[in-house]
Design a protein around this ligand. Structure first.
Ligand code: GDG
Length: 510
């Protein structure tokens, strides 16, 4: 298998014309920061700065596409040294060593970040889309700011876009921008990928801005979700909310305000090849060192890797583990659970509460069962380089993914890709998008059913070597076949097809 850059050059994405691709995302691919941190006395021009590169996932995957096609990436400039290297019009050529595309940085004030990002995006859309209506906070000011930041990004796209442009919006931060841009540049092609779940109508109807959000998203030509059910939920919401929409369920098309949007499922893949390479590059010496560093004496290790988010089912998992050690005393001293968690959105009270709940639950388990020689739960909050994360995946005997709701859950796929010896077991929540693809060969749990969860942990730990290998070989094949590049080819290929069909239609009419 060649590198991803080779595959990007050879694949469907070669259909993108030079300069025509515009990607819009909240997070930027490259961030410039001052090395000496905040509060330095030196003048900015004298300070050393560094560039943080895409750490994996979609940002790293799209970077070579942008490089090959000399496109434009529009994103929030959130690095403290970003302005230092950016032209007066907010642009900088990237990557630094081989400038080949334009990064257009959008500047946001602290108030905009607080109200658009922490406010409407993460205290309304995030909980709403994950079915947690009671966690939403529909503050009017946050909604106003969400509209105005979407307008700001839309203006930036409008400046760059023309009839040949292919504009790709990412995620829930930009539900309104597609329609805003279409009104000004009607002939460009607009795609959007919504990375999180889309809820059923009965949940979505709680949102006071239901109509505006749907209208914004229907400014796109192609709207993608991870799985079919989210597409169906979206279509249900449109049917219930927008009286004038014409819905063609057989073809997943919605006609609204003189325009047709195609709704399609694209289950996102991972860069399996690079995870596998990283996993192979770390040997047992890494694992010995890791176990030494965290004083892990148990022979068996279970793993959880999550952003600290209430959707990831971390407290449910800890409850199940406590019950497991209580009812399976033979595993005390024999099994250690490693919880790797990244702090996330900690300005939001619900996230602060979660951090406290997780810390307390871990302390409770360790106080209850821990001994001089053995710590049941090891808690890691560092962000690890790709090699170390892949090594952790590779050597952990079982992986516990217990999200209570999750658009896809890439961690589940990454664990599979790193199993180069086919000897791990994936325990997977049926509330994740990943379950739709990987459910058959993982051990499936409902994260709310603690007793079932406990028995499933036991089953995973007792699984024979043959069964582990059989299941993992199938799972690995799945994540290697439909990987990140194949996924991008699928999205861009579908976009190209729709665009060609629309062009043919307009020629017929003329
Ligand atoms: C949203 C949706 C959907 C974590 N710790 C480290 C590290 N990570 C990386 C993982 C993985 C990513 O973070 C987390 O991805 P998930 O998919 O699990 O979750 P969300 O952040 O909630 O993502 C989700 C996704 O978008 C994509 O559409 O699947 O449903 O919620 O890639 O590897 N990476 C490194 N060190 C760490 O310590 N290098």
């Amino acid at each position: 298998m060649g590198t991803n850059t080779d595959r990007v050059d050879e694949g469907e994405m070669s259909a993108i014309d030079d300069g025509s691709l515009i990607v819009v995302s909240n997070r930027q691919p490259y961030t410039h920061t001052y090395e000496d941190g905040e509060g330095s006395e030196e003048s900015d021009a004298d300070r050393e700065m560094s560039v943080n590169r895409p750490a994996g996932g979609l940002t790293a995957g799209l970077d070579p596409v942008l490089q090959r096609t000399d496109g434009t990436w529009i994103a929030w400039g959130d690095g403290d040294a970003d302005r230092e290297v950016t032209d007066a019009d907010g642009t900088v050529r990237m990557p630094p060593e081989d400038p080949s595309y334009t990064l257009q940085r959008v500047w946001l004030t602290d108030q905009e970040v607080e109200e658009y990002y922490y406010g409407y995006s993460n205290r309304v859309l995030w909980p709403l889309c994950h079915g947690g209506v009671w966690k939403t906070d529909f503050a009017e000011q946050h909604w106003q700011q969400y509209q105005s930041v979407n307008r700001k990004f839309a203006e930036s796209v409008i400046e760059q876009a023309n009839a040949d442009s292919l504009v790709w919006f990412q995620d829930y931060h930009f539900a309104l921008a597609p329609r805003m841009v279409r009104e000004e540049v009607p002939d460009a092609f607009y795609m959007h990928f919504w990375h999180i779940t889309w809820p059923g109508w009965d949940t979505f109807r709680a949102c006071p801005q239901d109509q505006e959000l749907l209208e914004g998203l229907l400014g796109n030509d192609l709207l993608g979700f991870h799985v079919e059910r989210y597409c169906e939920n979206f279509i249900d919401c449109v049917e219930e909310t927008l009286e004038d929409a014409f819905v063609d369920r057989d073809r997943n098309r919605i006609h609204y305000a003189d325009h047709t949007t195609v709704i399609r499922a694209f289950p996102m893949g991972i860069d399996a090849d690079s995870i596998q390479r990283a996993s192979k590059s770390v040997g047992t010496d890494f694992w010995d060192e890791f176990k030494g560093k965290y004083d892990i004496s148990a022979g068996t290790v279970a793993l959880g890797v999550d952003r600290l988010d209430y959707t990831k089912g971390i407290t449910e998992r800890l409850t199940a583990l406590e019950s497991f050690w209580e009812t399976h005393p033979e595993w005390r001293g024999e099994l250690t659970y490693v919880q790797k968690a990244n702090e996330s959105r900690s300005l939001i009270p619900e996230y602060q509460d979660l951090q406290q709940d997780v810390t307390e639950a871990i302390e409770q388990i360790n106080n209850r069962f821990g001994t001089e020689e053995w710590t049941p739960v090891v808690y890691l909050t560092d962000f690890l380089p790709q090699e170390e994360l892949s090594g952790l995946y590779r050597f952990s005997d079982i992986m516990l993914v217990s999200a209570v709701r999750d658009g896809m859950n890439l961690v589940a796929k990454e664990y599979v890709a790193a199993q180069v010896e086919d000897d791990g077991v994936l325990v997977l929540s049926d509330q994740t998008g990943a379950y739709e693809e990987l459910g058959e060969n993982s051990l499936v749990i409902n994260p709310y059913d603690t007793d079932e969860f406990v028995e499933t942990i036991d089953a995973a730990l007792s699984m024979s070597t043959e069964e582990r290998a059989e299941r993992m070989a199938v799972l690995r094949e799945q994540v290697e076949t439909y990987d990140l590049v194949t996924w991008m080819e699928d999205v861009f290929g579908t976009g190209e097809e729709l665009r060609a069909a629309a062009d043919a239609d307009s020629t017929d009419v003329a």
